[in-house]
Design a protein around this ligand. Structure first.
Ligand code: BG6
Length: 514
């Protein structure tokens, strides 16, 4: 079956409040199966789905990697990883059954024979396990391997649906390093897989509260009339981490916070906050609206970069009272590295809804706490009655907490009880944990399930990715030019360089205290 047609059939419009995708039996082939991502995220995610009864019985995982290993050895390794990283305790009886569906396939990524034998093995698994010719290829290997894997899958005929089944590919970031390379990668992907078969993962979209943004905006009637330049003063997006580069220097030295987080995760969140209501909930209807937002982002041209963008790098400092080294002292980092571990930006969206509403974004490693949130700051109440002279009331702020403590809060003004008139800000607060009393699934769980169900809503489309690079490229170019704007240092454990505060102070604003 053609995958686009399949999407329609299994997922008719994703309509209604109770809509949910139905995962189909399939074989998940993970390229780069012995890597960090498989250990920390993928295998625990599949296990949790199985433990929660979310998977059809016929789901098989095949690890594809270079090192020689037996199925049993691989199972043991996956068990250890899952016990370590799973969000719920691993139950022996569930693992016992689940592990029988895990296999290992040893091959070099560039060895055609390895793909031929994979194809044969998948055929056999289809017959024995009922996976119905459905194949999900997960690219968890380094991006330098993507082209080789794609070519080999194609040559082995694994890119095409077989016996009424489907073939899909999930591609991890980084999806290119600039517009040119992203276009080239899209071209290469499309040589083997159609866009309808391609799932570019951005795990931020799988986070529960990120998904809730559209519900908040479009399932409630009260916010949408206010959601524009008339009522919104500005928006802030913060993604703060206490972690440093954590042994990923090889990759991070070529990426930096802009490519690692802004180009993908932060711009995706911004799209959800800023997009127009889609006409329906089809994947492409939503993605059509998202791409319009990125297209409308005012490009920060080279001469403007030093005014609108602040880049920083952490120096030695302390996190939770524990001393930590500076970025340049981390293993495998160049002692003179100018890679940014912090970015703050002022962004404008050139469309009717958002004209003149600045969007401030900041992202950083080794900040005082790990927290991701979006805050929408509404305009001040008119300077009459309660909001005049010496008393300046706070603005209403709607905060969407992506993590931790997922939830939404609204700051408003209230009278302090008593005989005199004193006004203070109070918070209306919704916490997922207490309102629903159950832990949210991990982003990877949701996204894997969606890919197995043929629902691409929470995956980035080729044009979204390219537009995001078109926005980021001029900034990167300015940073790599001879007269590059300065790189500011901040002590680990602080909220980034002072210049990031000045970026807002110049506009008479300040970052929200997290
Ligand atoms: C990844 C980045 O995509 O997201 C990491 O490569 C970052 O550098 C991570 O730490 C943050 O994700 P999360 O889900 O832990 O907030």
């Amino acid at each position: 079956m053609n995958d686009a047609a399949d999407q329609q059939q299994t997922n008719p419009l994703r309509e209604g409040l109770t809509s949910r995708a139905v995962p189909q039996p399939c074989a998940i082939v993970i390229f780069g199966a012995t890597g960090d991502l498989t250990h920390r995220k993928l295998m625990p995610a599949v296990y949790n789905l199985a433990a929660d009864g979310e998977l059809p019985p016929a789901v098989v995982v095949i690890g594809f990697a270079r090192r020689p290993k037996s199925d049993d050895e691989f199972r043991k390794e996956m068990e250890e990883a899952t016990r370590k990283f799973s969000r719920q305790n691993v139950r022996d009886e569930i693992w016992g059954t689940f592990s029988q569906s895990i296999f290992y396939h040893q091959s070099e990524f560039g060895d055609a024979a390895g793909y031929k034998s994979l194809a044969e093995r998948l055929d056999k698994i289809d017959k024995e396990r009922g996976t119905r010719g459905n194949r999900l290829f997960y690219f968890a290997a380094g991006p330098d391997q993507f082209e080789t894997i794609l070519k080999n899958l194609k040559d082995a005929g694994l890119n095409r649906a077989k016996d009424g089944g489907w073939a899909r590919v999930i591609i991890e970031k980084p999806f290119g390093t600039d517009l040119k390379s992203a276009r080239e990668l899209n071209r290469i992907v499309h040589e083997a897989f159609d866009e309808s078969q391609t799932y570019r993962i951005d795990h931020f979209l799988g986070k529960e509260t990120a998904q809730n943004i559209l519900v908040l905006r479009f399932a409630n009637a009260i916010f949408e009339p206010l959601w524009n330049t008339r009522y919104i003063d500005h928006v802030q997006v913060t993604a703060a981490e206490t972690l440093g580069v954590e042994g990923r220097a090889g990759y991070y030295e070529t990426a930096g916070a802009m490519r690692d987080m802004v180009q993908n995760h932060l711009l995706q969140l911004l799209c959800l906050i800023a997009m127009e209501p889609p006409t329906d909930l089809r994947a492409d209807s939503i993605r059509d609206e998202k791409v319009k937002v990125v297209r409308a982002l005012r490009r920060i041209l080279r001469e403007q970069v030093s005014l609108d963008v602040v880049r920083g790098q952490y120096a030695a400092g302390a996190i939770n009272g524990k001393p930590v080294p500076g970025y340049r002292e981390e293993e495998k980092v160049d002692k003179r590295s100018t890679i940014e571990t912090f970015v703050a930006l002022r962004i404008k969206i050139d469309n009717w809804r958002w004209a003149d509403v600045p969007i401030y974004m900041r992202v950083g490693k080794r900040l005082p706490k790990s927290a991701t949130e979006i805050s929408v700051h509404f305009k001040k109440a008119p300077a009459v009655l309660f909001n005049k002279e010496a008393i300046t009331l706070d603005q209403n702020v709607l905060v969407v907490r992506i993590q931790p403590d997922e939830g939404i809060s609204l700051r408003m003004m209230a009278k302090i009880p008593g005989t005199s008139l004193r006004i203070e800000p109070v918070k209306m607060d919704f916490h997922y944990g207490t309102s629903f009393g159950k832990a949210s699934p991990e982003a990877y769980e949701r996204l894997l399930l969606d890919a197995m169900s043929g629902d691409a809503t929470l995956f980035a489309r080729h044009d979204e990715v390219e537009e995001a690079w078109a926005f980021v490229d001029p900034i990167e170019e300015a940073w790599h030019a001879k007269d590059a704007p300065e790189l500011y240092f901040y002590p680990a454990g602080s909220w980034g360089p002072e210049e990031a505060d000045e970026l807002l102070a110049r506009d008479g604003r300040a970052w929200r205290r997290l």
